[in-house]
Ligand binder design. Structure first.
Ligand code: SAM
Length: 261
């Protein structure tokens, strides 16, 4: 039995979310670490990990900045945040309403956070104000465009279309990754760059389970709303968890920019 199967059969929604965040981190961490290396994370730096989730990036950054550096690891909700090394300051912090120190950080990183924050354009300006002149913003967000349209077997295909297109609502912009470059350009950032990737999503692998676990949480609500039957929901979950199943991921886009000196 995989870790995800154990949790989803024996535990409640909170545990599913904990495992889902862990899967997201495991799938994305290697790419994130490469990006942070690329902008030169190193000993003695002060860095901010915004919306840290479980804190896997914060823990990795702590090792890179060493005992003379500091990581500020924030999230509006710390229930899933792991224990951290001594050089990590963990803060419950709402990036929309709480303040950040001015021109303090060498690197500010946020992954899959801005798409959830209604005042995201203003938040980017706030993050830039918290960055030292010459420091870096590394902002990773998803792009769901096209994800709903891929060719999939029924009955999963119908449910996938509902969930993937329903990801857009008044406060969540699942395509915000596409807007970040323009925002950084508008704010006068230099050294602009983007790195994107798409991967194969498979059952039992972190790269697929972050989504399949979200389906497990969403399907009972679709049944309750009369949008599908319990039979189709069960069949769809069996399809995505069948050995050999594979589908195309959303796009993950990292945008990098530097605050002018
Ligand atoms: C999809 S999770 C991503 C977690 C982590 N960055 C990762 O990639 O593994 C989004 C995170 O953003 C946090 N978040 C949402 N709104 C926030 C806000 N206004 N201020 C700070 N964190 C926020 C959530 O609590 C959640 O932990």
């Amino acid at each position: 039995m995989t870790e995800s199967e154990r949790y989803t059969t024996e535990s409640g929604e909170e545990d599913i979310e904990r495992v889902r965040l862990g899967m997201l981190a495991a799938a994305r961490d290697p790419k994130t670490f490469a990006l942070l290396e690329r902008v030169g994370i190193g000993a003695g730096m002060h860095v901010l990990e915004l919306g840290a989730g479980a804190g896997t990036v914060s823990a990795w950054m702590a090792d890179k900045v060493g005992p003379d550096g500091r990581v500020m690891s924030t999230d509006i909700d710390l229930q899933f945040h792991d224990d951290m090394p001594d050089n990590v300051i963990v803060r419950q912090h709402d990036v929309e309403s709480d303040s950040l120190p001015a021109e303090h950080f060498d690197i500010v990183h946020a992954r899959a956070v801005l798409q959830h924050v209604p005042t995201r354009a203003a938040v980017i300006e706030k993050l830039l104000a918290a960055t030292k002149p010459g420091g870096w913003l590394v902002l990773e967000d998803g792009i769901f465009l096209g994800f709903a349209e891929q060719d999939l077997p029924e009955p999963y295909a119908g449910l996938h279309r509902i969930i993937a297109s329903g990801a857009m609502n008044e406060w969540h912009d699942p395509n915000y990754g596409l807007q970040v470059l323009g925002r950084l350009r508008e704010l006068g950032c230099t050294d602009l760059d983007v790195v994107g990737d798409v991967w194969a999503m498979r059952p039992g692998e972190a790269g697929g389970e972050w989504w399949f676990l979200a389906l497990e949480r969403a399907f009972p609500r679709l049944v309750e709303a009369g949008l599908t039957t319990q039979e189709d929901a069960d069949a769809a979950l069996a399809q995505v968890r069948a050995p050999g199943f594979v589908m195309v991921s959303t796009t993950s886009l990292a945008t990098v920019g530097r605050k002018p000196v």
